[in-house]
Ligand binder design. Structure first.
Ligand code: 3HC
Length: 700
């Protein structure tokens, strides 16, 4: 047909093969090839049935997302799928790897489905701010019933082949993951009696309509509104699925298409597609020689059995790496190992890992109190106390204990990696691996590239990050690296607003309403207000600004450390999180002393101040080359700080807002600012330049 879709004959069965690496996305040539293949098969009397399959590691993983930003090209997917479904020759679809999005829609347009045991089937479009746009909202409920369809489409989570078989989404599961064996099974199916009735068209199946279906839809609308706060696509998806019950197939399909196109053109979908590609490009560091092979890492030493150290140890053990966990005090070591066992036990209870997996992971982690057990480790991650002196002593010790090629990483959140590296004779093997808390859960890892870090060390750290399932972004050295440096500007503004008259809940609610997972003050209360307080005092070059985090410092000075002392910005006594009257009084009094006049502050002002502070600092980080790309900054904020995915990250959001608008708003704040705020609110040169040239941050 063409180079990506070919047909060969197996007796009287036409085998159509899609071969469009890496994931067989339904690009225009694939759609055209399929259209032609189906049409030729229809005209060929010698063909009794059709088997549709894919070459390579997976069945079709969806429409080609790269095409979504471009003008649509014929033939459109729904038309191709309708042609598949309309075929008079039975179409048996052979599935292996993943059948996702348009891929599963293609499979459902076929008449029968045979899947490999490990195949995953799903409609993840809502992850991209879309709804299934090629019949998925109509064919899935016909095959599985509306409830599973609602679950799969709104959650975007794929299901296993076994579950698909149980619910009628596939007709046979082959106990193998080998694509050729699945093909053989599909050919056997084609020559067997299973389809003697001829094509079984999904569109002709009557959707099982639960009596109280309106209640079911109401339930899904409400729960989805909470789970996917702020997102439009899941609600459109629910409406479309409901049409499978209240409209004829063709009308419902037309509605689905209308909703799909509206979603595709929306800023939310643009942002989520940006996030998809940003997460895949961030591990490809510009200028880093792709031919460098990583060092072998099988055994990892972790220093510190506190919350971070134990979480980090679990990341490696869960990926099958051997771990030696070092803690000098026996009590702390035992407590840490106990915590690890507890967390694995919880995962087992929740069904996330099996009993044998739990025992295997625990057995991979050995505790020690002696550095001599690090003599043969391949990588060390230090997660000790956040003090330059402590870290330098540890690195000097590692330098004399470990092999000269052992990669030495620090998990510091703020400290200068170059200064830590100076404590060793081999600074080229020192870098930062900044995990986010809880380390065994959070996907993000900042890999901090020191001045003397070698390319091989960087490649090795990025490779290990991938093995342990992290999304790793390479960043340069500065106070707080990318994420915490920007967070400090965001928090700075929240603190300033508290003195200007906003209450903690005013600020948190405004930011949650904007889409952030949590408000900044609730986060501070949760992690402990003293953490930032201590970090600010460890700073080599603290800002010369008496108002800098004054509100948080005031809480600590009054022994209000957050949740751990049941008192912080919020009052926890009532069981509800309410503004704490004492905290608000303290803030008012402090503002009075500092001569700051209280005023009414709108939701919009809070949102604008905090988000623009992020954007401006992100632009400075780009100017300084601390992040290589604007999209890397977005990835960090999406995966480490609860930034709403449907806004794409702070840099993507700035582009969407328009950089001229961003600069205008920053200038307006600058005009009103005084003291140190005057320098914070100087618009980054990069923003000003791009606002003039009309270019975007995402193009940098
Ligand atoms: N379109 C275009 N490119 C795609 C793609 C797609 N649907 N899916 C993956 N790719 C690209 C990735 O960008 C990556 O490219 P790169 O190597 O240049 O960075 C490459 O394929 C490999 O992808 P991954 O790195 O993600 O590979 P993994 O093996 O880790 O994961 C996967 C494979 C599970 C298939 C994952 O890629 C994935 O989830 N893909 C997206 C699935 C999806 O969302 N499908 C729905 C699309 S929308 C749709 O179908 C609309 C329809 O209803 C009309």
């Amino acid at each position: 047909m063409n180079s990506v879709v070919t047909v060969n004959m197996e007796n009287s069965v036409a085998v159509i093969t899609i071969d469009n690496p890496p994931v067989n996305a339904l690009s225009q040539p694939v759609r055209e090839g399929l259209r032609q293949a189906i049409s030729s098969a229809a005209d060929d009397k010698d063909i009794s049935a059709i088997v549709l399959r894919c070459a390579g590691r997976t069945f079709v993983a969806g429409a080609d997302i790269k095409e979504f930003g471009k003008p649509p090209m014929q033939p459109h997917l729904p038309a191709v799928l309708n042609a598949v479904e309309a075929s008079d020759k039975p179409v048996i679809v052979a599935l292996h790897g993943n059948a996702l999005g348009g891929g599963l829609e293609l499979a459902m347009a076929g008449h029968y489905r045979v899947a490999s045991a490990r195949c995953k089937l799903g409609l993840p479009e809502t992850n991209l701010g879309l709804i299934p746009g090629a019949g998925g909202t109509q064919r899935l409920p016909r095959l599985t019933g509306v409830e599973l369809a609602l679950d799969m489409i709104t959650s975007a989570r794929p299901i296993s082949a076994t579950k698909a078989l149980e619910h009628g989404l596939v007709d046979e599961v082959v106990d193998s993951d080998d694509a050729d064996e699945v093909l053989q099974a599909a050919l056997a199916f084609a020559s067997g009696a299973a389809w003697n009735d001829g094509p079984r068209r999904t569109r002709d199946i009557v959707v099982a309509s639960p009596e109280d279906y309106q209640k079911i839809f109401e339930f899904w609308r409400t729960t989805t509104e909470k789970k996917a706060r702020g997102q439009h696509a899941p609600q459109f998806a629910i409406d479309a699925i409901e049409h499978s019950l209240n409209l004829p197939f063709d009308e419902a399909i037309a509605k689905e298409r209308e909703y799909f196109l509206e979603c595709k053109a929306s800023p939310q979908s643009r942002a989520m597609r940006h996030a998809f590609f940003a997460e895949r490009s961030c591990s490809k560091v510009p200028g880093l020689d792709a031919s460098i092979s990583p060092q072998s890492v099988q055994h990892v030493g972790v220093i510190g059995a506190g919350t971070m150290g134990t979480g980090i140890a679990m990341c490696f053990a869960s990926a099958g790496l051997q771990v030696t966990l070092l803690e000098l005090s026996e009590d702390n070591l035992q407590r840490g190992l106990g915590l690890i066992r507890e967390r694995y036990e919880q995962s087992r209870q929740r069904g996330r890992i099996s009993e044998s997996q739990m025992h295997a992971n625990i057995a991979l982690i050995n505790g020690t109190q002696s550095y001599t057990d690090f003599a043969d480790v391949d990588l060390v991650v230090e997660a000790a106390f956040e003090s330059m002196q402590v870290k330098r002593e540890i690195f000097a010790q590692l330098d004399s204990t470990c092999r000269p090629d052992t990669l030495l990483a620090t998990n510091t959140s703020y400290l200068n990696i170059n200064t830590i590296a100076e404590a060793t004779a081999h600074p080229e093997r020192v870098l930062g691996m900044h995990f986010f808390s809880p380390a065994h859960v959070m996907k993000l890892l900042e890999v901090v590239n020191g001045e003397q870090t070698s390319s091989r060390s960087l490649v090795t750290a990025l490779n290990v990050a991938k093995r342990i399932g992290k999304i790793a972004c390479a960043v340069g050295v500065c106070y707080g690296f990318v994420g915490n440096r920007m967070y400090s500007c965001y928090g700075r503004e929240a603190n300033a607003l508290l003195l200007e008259g906003a209450t903690p809940s005013d600020i948190d609610q405004a930011m949650q309403q904007w889409g952030m997972a949590m408000g900044p003050l609730a986060v501070t209360d949760m992690s402990g207000i003293d953490i930032g307080y201590k970090a600010r005092r460890e700073r080599e070059d603290p800002p010369a600004d008496p108002l800098f985090f004054r509100a948080a410092d005031l809480m600590v000075e009054n022994e209000r450390l957050g949740q751990k002392t049941s008192a912080g910005f919020y009052d926890y006594d009532s069981g509800k999180k309410l503004d704490d009257k004492t905290a608000v009084q303290l803030l008012k009094r402090e503002a009075g002393k500092l001569g700051i006049e209280a005023r009414d502050i709108s939701v919009e002002e809070i949102q604008q101040r905090l988000i623009l502070a992020l954007i401006n600092e992100g632009a400075r980080i780009l100017e300084e080359g601390i992040a290589a790309r604007a999209s890397d900054i977005d990835v960090i904020w999406l995966n480490g700080y609860g930034f709403p995915r449907w806004r794409g990250g702070p840099m993507c959001y700035a582009d969407e807002l328009g950089l001229d608008q961003v600069v205008r708003q920053i200038d307006a704040i600058h005009a009103k600012a005084d003291g140190a705020a005057k320098s914070y609110w100087r618009a980054a040169d990069l923003l000003r330049d791009l606002a003039v040239s009309g270019d975007k941050l995402s193009e940098q």
